[in-house]
Design a protein around this ligand. Structure first.
Ligand code: SF4
Length: 322
């Protein structure tokens, strides 16, 4: 695999983020997650709400400080950067948020929103105007939109404004935190295609966070599946969709709607019992055990380790020991 010889742009190593919710209760939002992201690729982080994927993304941009573990960006631990390095990191790494309604300040014009980062990085007014205009064109808007306010736009247009804001400081790496889940289905494909196009033309690297596997197939090079704070499976996209190894991944894939009625009939939907359990004081066992149709006594007493099931394909399930 080509990536084996390259240095990752981002390394997430045994990352943990715990929140103390009371004297005796600890919410383990992220619990020992490791994965790499190489320059120019898109890694998707997938799992149900509450699995820790957004918390992982937030630790990677220092919106949260990790409890344990490391995030290494371009060879440096992001919690140990000098002031100058931190300033450069803030430019290189940007985030696009899930809710384009909540993430834009309603009192600011589009020009102010998109140009905010540019001013902080020392550009003159004229330079800011020019760059904002160019950025709006890049995301499919135009200069007539500059003096308008967020409420004057549709959801898809607001997400485009959020993307223009993220692009304004010429980032290398963008964390896209469920950027399309609040949008109409008809708009979702447009935003995905735009993100792909931007990646190709600007050489961007993405972490794409999503709650199901249906949307990430066409944008991802690799997929990381999380369940209740832990990483349960990771592989290159084609391999994961063709040969899923973990019962949770198989269930997520079986839930993807199939347009072809013949294939839909042949695909059996694998049910997942109940709701995702609480991540507060989780037991040291397979976190999926309560909902897994294959669970045995061992699954309730021992945490499965990630093991390689094919080159570059890892999964954590006791069934794979057989
Ligand atoms: Fe299911 Fe056991 Fe595998 Fe967990 S370790 S996914 S409970 S079979």
């Amino acid at each position: 695999m080509a990536n084996e010889t390259k240095q990752p742009l981002v390394q997430v190593k045994e990352l943990c983020k715990y929140f103390h919710v009371s004297r005796t209760a600890e919410l383990k939002a992220v619990d020992g997650v490791s994965f790499d992201i190489y320059k120019g690729e898109t890694v998707s982080l997938v799992g149900e709400s509450g699995c820790g994927k957004s918390t992982t993304g937030r630790c990677m941009i220092r919106l949260y400080e990790p409890t344990k573990g490391q995030v290494i960006y371009d060879g440096k631990d992001i919690t140990k950067l000098s002031k100058e390095e931190q300033k450069a990191f803030c430019k290189k790494v940007q985030m696009i948020f899930q809710n384009p309604y909540a993430s834009l300040n309603p009192r600011m014009t589009v020009k102010e929103i998109v140009g905010e980062g540019l001013k902080q990085h020392g550009m003159s007014r004229e330079e800011v105007d020019k760059k904002v205009e160019a950025l709006l064109e890049t995301v499919g808007l135009n200069k007539d939109h500059m003096s308008r306010f967020p409420h004057e736009f549709s959801g898809g247009q607001r997400q485009r404004i959020g993307i223009a804001r993220a692009l304004s400081v010429d980032p290398e790496f963008i964390i896209c935190d469920e950027p399309i889940s609040a949008l109409d289905v008809s708009i979702q494909a447009q935003v995905i295609n735009m993100l792909k196009h931007l990646q190709e033309t600007m050489g961007l690297t993405y972490l794409f966070i999503a709650h199901d596997l249906s949307v990430v197939k066409y944008i991802s090079d690799r997929v990381v599946v999380m369940y209740l704070g832990t990483l349960v499976e990771t592989a290159e996209t084609e391999e994961l969709y063709a040969n899923p190894a973990h019962p949770y991944t198989k269930a997520l894939l079986s839930a993807i709607p199939e347009a072809d009625p013949k294939k839909a009939k042949a695909n059996e939907r694998i049910p997942i019992k109940g709701e995702i359990p609480s991540p507060i004081n989780p037991k040291n066992c397979c976190r999926f055990a309560e909902r897994c149709q294959y669970a045995t006594d061992r699954c309730f007493s021992e945490m499965p380790k990630l093991r390689e099931v094919a080159p570059g394909h890892m999964a954590a399930c006791h069934l794979l020991d057989k």
